[in-house]
Each structure stands twice: as structure tokens, then as C-alpha cells.
Design a protein around this ligand. Structure first.
Ligand code: NAD
Length: 374
């Protein structure tokens, strides 16, 4: 199945018009191979407001899924609804691109990939930040051998908790949330983009007893029940022998830890924030064995330039047209989910766990690939 080259834009139905939808709407109007066709939300008033702002039609979820003029569903609902909405979209014969995580569990996610296989539909998933110039340039530097052979990586993401800024943060503290399931996809997808699949993990997990309350919006002051681990550390062994050290936490008020570094036999890459698209990359290459090399910012070498959330869906639409695999794939998101689930399990069992799923590194994004004019 596939739309021919130069086909009309993929017609997108957005389900879930909450906080993150604004970032997607801003891109959908620019990406030439995508066209916003309708929006839906459990909260009909929210869908109507978004529809009015975007100049599109508000529908119920049922109407949107039944509409033959919608080719793909962009699922921007909360994690607990990702599998249900995703499976319904696929059953309705629509391609699916979903916010992360792919689902709450691998058990929930497996039927999504199976459903996509049969009729030739595509499943894509956030994060697509890794397709921007930041992570793609880091990958190009790594693959060029400039820091020698990769040995290890260290990632650190932390804050004190999303209740400090999100007006409806409850889902971040329920299964499918927590710092690992929320922010882990950016870091793990980047690590897998750089080094390939993870074969084994160990980890520790904990949560403080700190009481959390919503800080902003209509429900400010309301307590936030915590039903997830809020401090996670993990060791990931990649199939290529690289070890990644991961700390992801909602328990840290301040830190000086480097966010993302890759260590090679001849130097270090300072990788930019994987939650953003296009921050600069710096590299320190050993030239004198007696001296620590300085970090030097390198020019952009790869990636979709000026990208924002939605470029992964544009890449998927282009892949349908050209018959190639899309980069922000369901298979990659599934492997990331499997790794996250395994880390949490390893933490609770105090064990080391072999990761059974695997995935190829997605194709690199060459510099100059232009999603705006596809
Ligand atoms: N907020 C961010 O900065 C951010 C950043 C990146 C990714 N994300 C991801 O985007 C997704 C949405 O996050 P958000 O911050 O926009 O959440 P949100 O709570 O602001 O919005 C979610 C929307 O989905 C709707 N919804 C929930 N279940 C639904 C269902 N079954 N059918 C139809 N509509 C339903 C809700 O009514 C709400 O309007 C999450 O997966 C989150 O991880 C959020």
C-alpha cells in the first residue's frame, strides 16, 4: 500500500488537543506533505477551540476514525490512551503516529505493531527530535570515527517534577509516566540511534515520599498522587559493546551533571538536548596524550534543519510515497518501551535483564533533506 510520489498531502486527524498539540499544529501548517483535516478530543470544547484556531473541523473520536477522508491519526492523547486510540485508528485503516510512549507496556504495544503489519499500514512514534540537526550531527561525528571507537555514553535528565509547570500533570505520575517513561524516550531513542539496540539492562528505582501539588492552572494546589518510580538509574549494554549510563529523575532540584556525553577511544562528543531538535554539538578530540582536549563546536553535518514536532510524521508520509522505511518507527518505539519496562523490572527485582526485542538503527538523515517542500 502506498500513495504515489507527489501524491496529495497525507490527511491528518489529530486526537488529543492538549498542551503538546500547539507544537504540532505549528508544524502541520508548514510541512507540505501533511494537511490537518480534523481534530477530536474527549473534551469536546477543547477540540472546538483547537479547530477554530486551526481553521479545521472538530469531530468526535468516533466520527474522526470513521471519516474516509482521513489517512492518518496523530495521537496526542495521554499515555494511558495511546494503545486504545492507536489500535482503533489502525483497525479503521489509518496510519498511526503517536506521542510517546508507544503504550503503557510492551504487552499493550505488541498488537499495535501486528495490526500495522497486516494491511501495510505504518506506525510511527515520537520522539522525532532525534531527526533534527542536533542528534543527527552527533551521529555523523560518531560514525565518521572522529572520536575513535565508541566506548560508553552518559545521560542525565532531571527536574523536581512536571507538577511545577503542567496544568494537568496527573498522568506523569501514573503508569506510562514517571521520569523514565516520559523523558526516557528522548534519551533512549538517541542512544539507540547512535549505538544500535540494547541487549541487556540493569537498574535501580526509587521514589521519595515528598508530597506533590499542582503549581499552575485551574487546579493549582491540588495534590498529585504518585504511583510511579520517580528516580531511575540504569546501565544499558548495547549489542555493539557500548555501555550507556542513565539517570532520569523527578527528584532533583538542581544539578551540574552533563546532560549527554559520548566517550570514544580518541575523544568525547557533547551531545545536545535530545528533547530539542537543533542545539549545537561540541567535540573534544585527543591530540596530545598528556593534555585534556578542549571542546570545540562543530558545524551542522546532518539532520532535518529548522525542524519541530511533526517532522517524524512528515518523514513517515514521505516514506509511504517512496516505499522506504520511516525513521521514527513503531519498531524503534517498541524497543525503547521494552528497554524502559526492563529497567523498571530490573530495579524492582535487583536483577540484570536480557532485552528480547531488537531494532536496526534508523537511516541517518542527510543534511539538506527538506521536509518542508515534500
Ligand atoms: N506537554 C508536553 O510538553 C509534552 C511534550 C512532549 C510530549 N508530550 C506527550 O504528549 C502527550 C499528550 O501530552 P499533553 O501534555 O498534551 O497532555 P494534555 O493532558 O495536556 O492533553 C491530552 C489531551 O488528550 C485528551 N484525551 C485523553 N484521553 C483521550 C481519549 N481517550 N480520546 C480522546 N482524547 C483524549 C485529553 O482530553 C487532553 O485534551 C503525552 O503522551 C505526552 O507524553 C507532551
Amino acid at each position: 500500500m502506498g500513495r504515489p510520489l507527489n501524491a496529495t498531502p497525507l490527511r491528518i486527524g489529530v486526537i488529543g488537543t492538549g498542551v503538546i498539540s500547539a507544537q504540532y499544529f505549528a508544524q502541520l501548517s508548514k510541512l507540505a506533505n501533511l494537511r490537518l483535516a480534523a481534530v477530536a478530543d474527549l473534551d469536546a470544547a477543547r477540540a472546538s477551540t483547537a479547530a477554530a484556531e486551526q481553521g479545521t473541523t472538530a469531530m468526535t473520536v468516533d466520527e474522526l476514525l470513521a471519516d474516509p477522508d482521513i489517512d492518518a491519526v496523530l495521537n496526542l492523547t495521554i499515555p494511558a490512551a495511546h494503545a486504545e486510540i492507536g489500535l482503533r485508528a489502525l483497525a479503521a485503516g489509518k496510519h498511526l503516529y503517536t506521542e510517546k510512549p508507544l503504550a503503557l507496556t510492551t504487552a499493550e504495544a505488541r498488537p499495535m505493531l501486528a495490526a500495522a503489519d497486516a494491511p501495510g499500514l505504518r506506525v510511527g512514534s515520537a520522539p522525532d527530535t532525534v531527526l533534527g540537526t542536533g542528534i543527527q550531527t552527533a551521529r555523523a561525528v560518531l560514525d565518521s570515527g572522529r572520536i575513535g571507537d565508541p566506548v560508553g555514553a552518559s545521560v542525565h535528565w532531571s527536574n523536581s517534577g512536571h507538577e511545577a509547570w503542567h496544568p494537568a500533570p496527573e498522568f506523569y505520575f501514573q503508569p506510562g509516566g514517571g521520569p523514565l517513561f516520559d523523558m526516557g524516550p528522548y534519551y533512549l531513542t538517541s542512544l539507540i540511534t547512535l549505538f544500535g539496540p540494547v541487549v541487556r539492562v540493569s537498574g535501580t528505582v526509587s521514589r521519595s515520599g515528598r508530597e506533590r501539588t499542582i503549581a499552575t492552572g485551574a487546579n493549582a494546589g491540588a495534590p498529585v498522587p504518585v504511583n510511579v518510580d520517580t528516580h531511575v538509574t540504569a546501565l544499558l549494554e548495547h549489542a555493539n559493546g557500548v555501555t550507556s549510563t542513565v539517570t532520569i529523575s523527578f527528584e532533583i532540584w538542581a544539578t551540574r551533571a552533563p546532560q549527554f556525553e559520548v566517550y570514544g577511544t580518541a575523544g568525547t562528543i557533547a551531545v545536545p538536548d535530545p528533547n530539542l531538535f537543533s542545539d549545537p554539538v561540541s567535540v573534544a578530540v585527543a591530540t596530545d596524550p598528556a593534555a585534556e582536549p578542549e571542546f570545540v563546536e562543530v558545524p551542522v553535518e546532518a539532520g532535518y534543519a529548522d525542524a519541530g514536532r511533526g517532522v517524524g510524521l512528515s518523514d513517515l508520509a514521505r516514506a509511504i510515497d517512496t516505499g522506504r522505511p520511516h525513521r521514527a518507527s513503531g519498531a524503534l518505539a517498541f524497543h525503547v518501551l521494552d528497554v524502559m519496562e526492563s529497567v523498571i523490572r530490573a530495579g524492582h527485582e535487583h536483577s540484570t535483564i536480557g532485552v528480547t526485542s531488537t531494532v536496526e538503527r534508523p537511516e541517518p538523515v542527510p543534511l539538506g533533506a527538506d521536509p518542508w517542500s515534500w
